[in-house]
Design a protein around this ligand. Structure first.
Ligand code: ATP
Ligand code: MG
Length: 552
C-alpha cells in the first residue's frame, strides 16, 4: 500500500511514538451501519488504515451500532465488502453493541459518583432548559435526585418500564458551560426497538457522545480520528473517559470532511435518493458511494490516490469532481484495453469491397502498454460508424464524413463518401462509400493525408451492446437557488443524468466479464455492468470521458 504523505496527524503520531507517550498505534474506522459508504468515508478509511499501517499499527473495523431504528445487516455487509475492496484488512471486527453491558455498568458508576441523573423533562423542555450560545442553561428540577433514586430509575429504564422518550440518563456536568455539549448531555435514551445484533435484549441505548469514547477506550485505540464537527465534543469525550475511570485513554484528533462538487455526500440524502427511486439502488453509478463508483468503473487505486491528493487537513474544502475523474483516467490509462464501439450506429456500405469477404486487421490492445499485445478486428463490405460522424451539409472545419470527403477508419483504410441513402421521412439511413486499398493502416502509405479519423465496427461480425452514459445527478449551479426558494435538493435532481443507447462492439469482446474495463476509442473509459450484463448483451457504464481541462 502507498505511504501516507506527511500531514498533521502523521506528525502527532510520530511525536507520540518518539516521546514514548504511546508505544504503538491503534486506530479504528467506526461507521454507523445506517447506509452504504461514500467517498467521504473512503477518506476516513485511507487515513485510519493508512496511518496505522505506516507505523506498523493496527486498525479495527467497528460498527457504531447504537441506534437500532436506522441500522441494518445489509449495511453491515456492504461496509465490510467496500472496506476490503478498497484494499484494507481490519485487525479486529467489533460492534459497539458488544459493549452494551460494560457501558451500562459504567453508567451505574457515574450515577454512584453523583455524575449522572435520570431526567423526566420532555425533549422540548430539555431544549428550552439548554440555553443558547449567549445564555447559560437552566438546571432541570430532576437534577438533584438522590443516588438511590437514580439507580432505581435507571434500573427500571433498562427493565422496560418507561415509554420511548419519557426518561433519559444525563451527565451532571455544567449547565452554564460555554460549550453546549457540556450542559448535562444525554447519555442514554429509552428506545423499544429490535437491534440487528442484540435483538430485544435492550430497550435503552447509549448516545454517540457517551458510547464512542468508551468504545475507543475498551479497544485500546490510541488515536481516534474523526471529522471536525466533533471538535467541540472533545471535552465531553475526555470527560467520559475520565469519569468512567477507563484504564486506557484514547486521544481524539479531528480532520476536515471531504466534499466534492456536483453531488451530495451524506447518508441521509443518499438514502432519500435510493428510497424514493431517483436512482437504481445504493450502487447506482451516479452516486458517490463506494459501490456506485465501483460499478461506474472506478478502481481502488484511483480512489486511494484521489483521497491522498485531496489531503488531510483541518479545513474541509470542496474538491472538484474533475479531480476524481483525473485519477481514474490516470489509473486506467495503462490497464484498460483499447477497443472500438459505436454507440449510435449509422450503416456504411463500401461499394468497391468484394461481397462476402472479410479480412482481419491487426491492432494494438494498448499503444501505451505494448506488453498487452495485439487484437484482430474484422473488416468487410458493411460497417457501422457513429451517426454524429456524418453530416450532409457540414459547417466549416468539419473533418468527418460528408459527401465527397475522405476520412481514415482507425486501424483500416481511407473511405470516401459517394452517396447518401434516405428513408421516406428524409432521414439518412445509409452511406455508400468507396475505399482505397492502398491506404491500409500500417502499410506506410504516404500518398495523401486526411484530417478525420473515425472509429467503426464491422456490421457482419459486431456484437450488440448497451451503453449507459452519465451526467451529474445534482449540479451545484442548479442547486444554488435552493435556499432562496423553498426547495430541497430533490427538486434539483438532473432528469437527464442517465442516457441509455444501443450500439455495437468488436466481436473479440464476446466473453467480457462484469467489471472488465475498456477504453473505447474517442468515447472514454467504460466498465462492464455487473447487474444488467447478460450472455447475449454486454452493458457498459461510462466511467469517464477522455477529455478534461483538469490540471493538478
Ligand atoms: P454521513 O453524515 O454521510 O452520514 P457520518 O459521519 O454520519 O456520515 P459515520 O458512519 O458516522 O457517517 O462515519 C464513519 C466515519 O467516517 C466517521 O469517523 C466520520 O467522521 C467519517 N466520515 C464521514 N463522512 C466523511 C467525509 N465526508 N469526509 C471524511 N470523513 C468522513
Ligand atoms: Mg453518523
Amino acid at each position: 500500500m502507498e505511504h501516507q504523505p506527511s500531514n498533521f496527524i502523521r506528525s502527532i503520531i510520530k511525536e507520540d511514538l518518539e516521546t514514548g507517550k504511546r508505544d504503538q498505534v491503534i486506530t479504528r474506522f467506526p461507521p454507523e451501519p445506517n447506509g452504504y459508504l461514500h467517498i467521504g468515508h473512503a477518506k476516513s478509511i485511507v487515513i485510519n488504515f493508512g496511518l496505522a499501517d505506516d507505523f506498523n499499527g493496527k486498525t479495527n473495523l467497528r460498527f457504531d451500532d447504537t441506534n437500532p431504528l436506522k441500522e441494518d445487516q445489509e449495511y453491515v455487509d456492504s461496509i465490510k465488502e467496500d472496506v476490503q475492496w478498497l484494499g484494507y484488512e481490519w485487525d479486529e471486527l467489533r460492534y459497539a453493541s458488544d459493549y452494551f453491558e460494560e457501558m451500562y455498568e459504567r453508567a451505574v458508576l457515574l450515577i454512584k459518583k453523583g455524575k449522572a441523573y435520570v431526567d423526566d423533562l420532555t425533549p422540548e423542555e430539555m431544549r428550552e432548559y439548554r440555553g443558547t450560545l449567549t445564555e447559560p442553561g437552566k438546571e432541570s428540577p430532576y437534577r438533584s435526585r438522590s443516588v438511590e433514586e437514580n439507580l432505581d430509575l435507571f434500573d427500571r429504564m433498562r427493565k422496560g418500564e418507561f415509554e420511548n422518550g419519557s426518561k433519559v440518563l444525563r451527565a451532571k456536568i455544567d449547565m452554564a458551560s460555554p460549550n453546549l455539549n457540556l450542559r448535562d448531555p444525554a447519555l442514554y435514551r429509552v428506545s423499544h426497538a429490535t437491534h440487528h445484533n442484540t435483538g430485544d435484549k435492550w430497550c435503552i441505548y447509549p448516545m454517540y457522545d457517551y458510547a464512542h469514547p468508551l468504545e475507543d477506550a475498551i479497544e485500546g485505540i490510541t488515536h481516534s480520528l474523526c471529522t471536525t464537527e466533533f471538535e467541540d465534543h472533545r471535552p465531553l469525550y475526555n470527560w467520559v473517559v475520565e469519569e468512567c475511570e477507563m484504564e486506557h485513554q484514547p486521544q481524539q484528533i479531528e480532520f476536515g470532511r471531504l466534499n466534492i462538487t456536483n453531488t451530495v455526500m451524506s447518508k441521509r440524502k443518499l438514502k432519500q435518493l435510493v428510497d424514493e427511486s431517483y436512482v437504481d439502488g445504493w450502487d447506482d453509478p451516479r452516486l458517490p458511494t463506494v459501490s456506485g463508483l465501483r460499478r461506474k468503473g472506478y478502481t481502488p487505486e484511483a480512489i486511494r490516490a484521489f483521497v491522498q491528493e485531496a489531503g488531510v487537513s483541518k479545513g474541509s474544502g470542496v474538491v472538484d469532481e474533475a479531480m476524481l475523474e483525473h485519477f481514474v483516467r490516470e489509473d486506467l490509462k495503462m490497464k484498460a484495453p483499447r477497443t472500438m464501439g459505436v454507440l449510435k450506429p449509422l450503416k456504411v456500405v463500401i461499394t468497391n469491397y468484394p461481397e462476402g469477404e472479410t479480412e482481419w486487421l491487426d491492432a494494438e490492445i494498448n499503444p501505451e502498454n505494448p506488453e498487452m499485445g495485439m487484437r484482430q478486428i474484422p473488416f468487410s463490405r458493411e460497417i457501422y460508424i457513429e451517426q454524429e460522424d456524418f453530416m450532409e451539409n457540414p459547417p466549416k472545419k468539419y473533418f468527418r464524413l460528408f459527401p465527397g470527403n475522405e476520412v481514415r477508419l482507425k486501424h483500416a483504410y481511407f473511405i470516401k463518401c459517394e452517396e447518401v441513402i434516405k428513408n421516406e421521412e428524409g432521414e439518412v439511413v445509409e452511406i455508400r462509400c468507396t475505399y482505397d486499398p492502398e491506404t491500409k493502416s500500417g502499410s506506410g502509405f504516404t500518398g495523401r493525408k486526411v484530417k478525420g479519423t473515425l472509429h467503426w465496427v464491422d456490421a457482419t461480425h459486431a456484437l450488440p451492446a448497451e451503453f449507459r452514459l452519465y451526467e451529474p445527478l445534482i449540479r451545484d449551479e442548479d442547486q444554488k437557488a435552493e435556499e432562496a426558494e423553498d426547495k430541497t435538493f430533490l427538486d434539483y435532481v438532473n432528469k437527464n443524468s442517465l442516457e441509455v443507447v444501443q450500439g455495437f462492439i468488436e466481436p473479440n469482446m464476446k466473453d467480457v466479464q462484469s467489471h472488465d474495463k475498456f477504453q473505447f476509442f474517442r468515447h472514454g473509459y467504460f466498465n462492464v455492468d455487473p447487474k444488467h450484463t447478460t450472455a447475449e448483451k454486454a452493458v457498459f457504464n461510462r466511467t469517464v470521458s477522455l477529455k478534461s481541462s483538469f490540471k493538478l
